[in-house]
Design a binder for this molecule. Structure first.
Ligand code: ZN
Length: 341
């Protein structure tokens, strides 16, 4: 109901011309909209997780809306410099993608090239170097794929728990059980990989086919290299997709990530995105110490000069945003509407 009301409000703001006033306003010119994306489906990933994945056709429609709304899509580094110099063009936007999943190379990048939009990829590097499925994601995806099956966790965790995987709650409980087992037993990447193939076999899933399609894989070092030489800006997202609350471990995550990106691209990095959007004020001095000059969160909003450079808001675009809601972010109208937390 609330969503319906919001859509109606946005439509009337559009027809009454308020949206046009806002999008050409000084208020909007002093603000940068940073958009965040994750995966673009190779197959059915958006049916499994519609906040992290969208089909290529939806991304194409979004890029079309950016063009139609005459947004000025800037490279992230330039956009941030111009934000703080009070020198942004009208309707400024920066595009970012998180993680560096294999589909970025196959799905997202060709579309971004077609529209000639600059983009920043925040790359987490562990699973680029170890190019096997990302354990957490593939585990969850397999449990969803196996939703017509019954699973006993005994052979995976030693606990005699039987699950009908038909509903998402059971899938989640099973996933947590497997994760806790992997964590408590400090399974190596290879051991986790073996567990995944065993899980797929038990759920009657053709795992080799998923591997061949590179579902839940990260970009290979070769792909990263090609993308970088093709002009893609690649920045920091930690090596193991985590932010330990310990100074030296935190800094190690940044350094390992930076070293790995530099080895693949030959380029330096100074922009950062908090994995899973999890930030803590304690991280800020550690980021500064690591030479990081900007960091984006997942807190929806516009970046203004008043924002801390290491806590920049960012709108995660996903399938739950309707075209008119997406447009209201481009124009700036959405900033005036109440938001659900
Ligand atoms: Zn991430």
């Amino acid at each position: 109901m609330l969503k319906k009301f919001k859509q109606a409000t946005l439509r009337s703001l559009k027809t009454s011309g308020v949206s046009t006033l806002v999008q050409n306003s000084r208020w909007r010119r002093q603000r940068l909209l940073i958009l965040g994306y994750h995966g673009i489906s190779l197959k059915d990933e958006h049916e499994w997780n519609n906040t992290q994945y969208m089909p290529p056709a939806v991304l194409r429609a979004r890029l079309g809306q950016l063009k139609k709304s005459r947004c000025n899509v800037l490279p992230l580094d330039e956009a941030i410099k111009r934000l703080y110099a009070n020198d942004l063009p009208d309707r400024a936007v920066a595009l970012t993608f998180d993680d560096g999943t294999a589909d970025f190379y196959q799905r997202a990048f060709p579309l971004l090239r077609e529209f000639d939009f600059p983009v920043t990829l925040y790359l987490t590097t562990f699973y680029s170097q170890y190019n096997r499925p990302v354990f957490d994601l593939m585990c969850s995806y397999l449990l969803w794929k196996g939703r017509n099956e019954t699973l006993n966790l005994q052979e995976f965790t030693g606990e005699d728990f039987r699950f009908e995987l038909g509903d998402s709650d059971s899938q989640e409980v099973a996933r947590r059980g497997i994760h806790a087992f992997a964590r408590e037993n400090k399974l190596s990447a290879e051991e986790k990989d073996t567990l995944l193939s065993k899980l797929a076999a038990r759920l009657k899933i053709d795992y080799e086919a998923l591997l061949a399609q590179r579902i839940m894989h990260n970009l290979t070092p070769d792909e990263v290299k090609k993308l970088a030489s093709d002009g893609l800006d690649i920045q920091l997202h930690t090596h193991r997709h985590r932010t330990p609350k310990d100074r030296s471990l935190f800094i190690r995550e940044i350094e390992d990530n930076r070293r790995s990106i530099q080895a693949m691209t030959g380029k330096t990095t100074s922009h950062f995105c908090y994995p899973s959007g999890a930030y803590d004020l304690e991280f800020l001095p550690w980021l500064r110490e690591s030479g990081v000059i900007s960091a984006t969160t997942c807190k929806p909003g516009f970046a203004s000069q008043a924002a801390d450079r290491l806590l920049l808001p960012r709108v995660l675009d996903n399938l739950s945003l309707s075209p008119i809601e997406f447009e209201s972010w481009l124009t700036g109208v959405s900033a005036a509407l109440p938001r659900r937390r």
